[in-house]
Design a protein around this ligand. Sequence first.
Ligand SMILES: *Cc1c(COP(=O)(O)O)cnc(C)c1O
Length: 713
Amino acid sequence: MAKSFRDKLFALAHNYWWCWQPDVTSIFRDLDAAKWRELDHNPVLLLESLTEDLLEQRARESVLHSRVNYAYRRCEEYLHDKNTWGALNAGILGQKPVAYFSAEFGIHESLPNYSGGLGVLAGDHLKSASDLGVPLVAVGLLYNEGYFSQQIDEDGWQREIYDPVSNHRLPIQKAKGLDGKDVIVKVDTRTGSIHAQAWQVNVGRVRLFLLDTNIEQNTPEDRRLTARLYGGDVRIRIRQEVILGIGGVRALAQMGIVPNVVHMNEGHSAFATLELIRQRMNDDGMSFPDAMRETTEMCVFTTHTPVPAGHDRFGYDMIDEHLGPTADQLGIGTVGLIGLGRVNVADPNEPFTMTVLAFKCSRRANGVSALHGMVSRRMWTGLWPNKAEHEIPIGHITNGVHLGTWLAPQLAEVYNRVLPPDWKQRSGEADTWKNFESISSGEFWEAHEALKQRLIGMVRRRMITRAQRLNHDKKELIELESLLNPEALTIGFARRFAPYKRADLVLKDVAQLAGIVADSERPVQLIFAGKSHPADDFGKGILQRIFKMSQDPAFKGKVVLVENYDMNLARHLVQGVDVWLNNPRRPLEASGTSGQKVVLNGGLNCSILDGWWAEAYDGLNGFAIGNGRIHSNQEIQDERDAKALMKVLQEEVIPLFYDRDEHGQPHNWIKHMKRSVRTLGWRFNSDRQVMDYVMKGYIPAAGGEYCEMDRFH
Ligand SMILES: *Cc1c(COP(=O)(O)O)cnc(C)c1O
């Protein structure tokens, strides 16, 4: 039976494929632009807010019928396409998919399931796996209060707002088991059982299953277990991780999904390995050592944290309460199980570390940039006491970003003219971009300027919303309507306000920065955004410092702090800035990905040689702060990096931007933009990333031959 207009719209709304299809996104926007924005771009809420009649009327007015029909047909074709990269290259994965586990997924701003880069990386991974046709399912937790929305109060202090979203208002549906019933899993602890229900989110061809403990089988306390991402104490954390790992594997089994490969994105999900071992022992009558060996063969682990303190650790009591029953079933007892999470198995004082369990139960492990791979090998030498550092089996696969999600559609139109017809399907290959630098400088620059204008428009709107909330007077509201200068060199800095990211490094020498922004011949402005973890008062202090600076007469209108950094604001920022500033304390930024989004849109990175930038910078595709040297004294390093930052701004960035030709365009700057896109756009791309995981991780884990070891390292 033919589907109605309304059915087709709902079908499109229930697969996040729409969010990387500009033509589908614009259908939702054209239904009601104001509502679309107000509802955080949630298409299910939008459609539910419009009555049938109103929907029809809007469709007629804006000639939507044929666009919806076309979008729906394209979506069906996409979902059923057999002719994909995965079909050609990952056949061995066949009907048994990769199961990808992560504590957070950043798919879109309407699904508050992420706090920062780790989640967005996971979201981009799913989208590229979908585009490439790699058989993959994903498992996470459903946080109905998400992370939090951020407000900055009158005093510059961060306020966290938790808005519970009920499940039926999200583009998700209840997952169904083989028996056609809801999928509900149970995990036993020494003090009772925890239950969770699985929900399904469609991300193109990929199914993402999210476990929710807010069901009646649970105690009131456990019903709130998955309410918030990273919102609880150690006990909540371990209970969340038990649900994610053990509950996640059980949920897949209930749906008849037997993974060929299990990929753990960070250590949060490492308990999955214990459940896989238990199933093996149960189903195949294997001994514990045999089952562990077989499980290890199929697991792939990505570590993200270059500092020991960043890893989840649990003491004996926590482990015994939550994993005791599992330990008994495995026949190893709590002491044996704790040993799996210790570097030094016999040390009774060493806590259980999730990362250690993940390393011990994976055939391959990797960091997320070349430098981070090296740092990780050094950090974990204790786990392989008989190996030299370079032999430690931790490689790297550098992170990338999803082109369809992060590249501005307006720019894609311009790129269309110089790239091969199938460039979007092959954006992770160098060859695709080889002619990129023949793009018209004028068109490239004009499209960039328009996107900058669009960013400034959004910043103004957000600043006005805040001012209204705080009851500021009319005069100020009017001033905010012309905030920021579209002609000025615009530098963006947005990310989580984790202290190692040093958001305030550029403010270290206030007088010097004041001098830079005071130059009316060569105006410079900075846009900041970012959330601090709710428990991190130090991070909130940095945020406040930047806010206070933005109120100082020397910086007012030139330094702006925008509230509530999310994927929507991120998109506008990375698409509109001239320069993306990144100044972490090396080597603590494992990879970083926001600068890669900027690359796709022609912005230039100005960054410490850390994470991905250490392997990306070639002298002509952006700017380096300092030379990558590390000082053992943190204060000295900060001091030195702050000086290097000022130097590169004053001697390289600003002069290059204001070196204009007869058309008023920065000829040499545009050359850098072109080179940046050509040399980096394909490498730091999640298609390339997923292809690497398939070749170096998934295929070997599924029992295949291909393993290009040297590139893995
Ligand atoms: C890309 C992204 C990040 C990651 O940024 P980094 O610079 O890698 O820390 C964090 N938050 C959001 C919303 C993003 O889109």
